[in-house]
Ligand binder design. Structure first.
Ligand code: COA
Length: 148
């Protein structure tokens, strides 16, 4: 049985990441978006790899002393196996080592799995962004986690 490995995203991973995006989001990011993210010194992208297969990934941007999570996704068949948790743990470690003081994100208010995931890691709700998401139109909950 292969173990899940968390490692930095590479350009060769993008084809698999695009397939995960399509399975997980109504407005998937494009290939160009990920190519640009990998060139961005302030962006951190990690993948969860099982054997040769990418089963999940997560991204964040460093903005001064805060990190903004851009996306977290796990292929549906691999959910509820702690994979997103491993990705978040890695990102929290990166933040702790980079003197980041807080992490933040937006999440659809109906996205209970994601909200529970973030709460499990100490994120707390701190307001809403009305009509933030399209397809379907929905408010975002803003969540924060203090670091250090
Ligand atoms: C949200 C998502 C990333 C979770 O991935 P995952 O690998 O299944 O998560 P984990 O197995 O690490 O679960 C960690 C915690 O999340 C919560 N959680 C995960 N799936 C859940 C579900 N279906 N219902 C309720 N809570 C859930 C639980 O608190 C869980 O902890 P527990 O196992 O102790 O109960 C995954 O459901 C996904 O890819 N969703 C689609 C993309 C998405 O919405 N991304 C977030 C955008 S803001």
């Amino acid at each position: 049985m292969n173990q899940v490995i968390i490692r930095g995203m590479k350009k060769e991973d993008i084809a698999q990441i695009i397939e995960i995006e399509k399975k997980c989001f109504s407005l998937p990011w494009s290939r160009d978006a990920f190519v640009n993210e990998l060139k961005n010194d302030l962006a951190y992208y990690q993948v969860a790899e099982l054997g040769e297969k990418i089963v999940g990934y997560m991204g964040m941007w460093k903005v001064i002393d805060e990190c903004h999570i851009t996306n977290v996704a796990v292929i549906p068949e691999y959910r509820k196996q702690n994979i997103a948790s491993m990705l978040i743990e890695k990102m929290v470690d990166i933040c702790v080592c980079s003197e980041i003081v807080a992490m933040t994100l937006e999440v659809r208010e109906s996205n209970i799995p994601a909200i529970n995931l973030y709460k499990k890691f100490g994120f707390v709700s701190a307001g809403k962004r009305p009509r933030y998401y399209q397809m379907p139109l929905e408010d975002a909950i803003i969540m924060w986690k203090k670091i250090n």
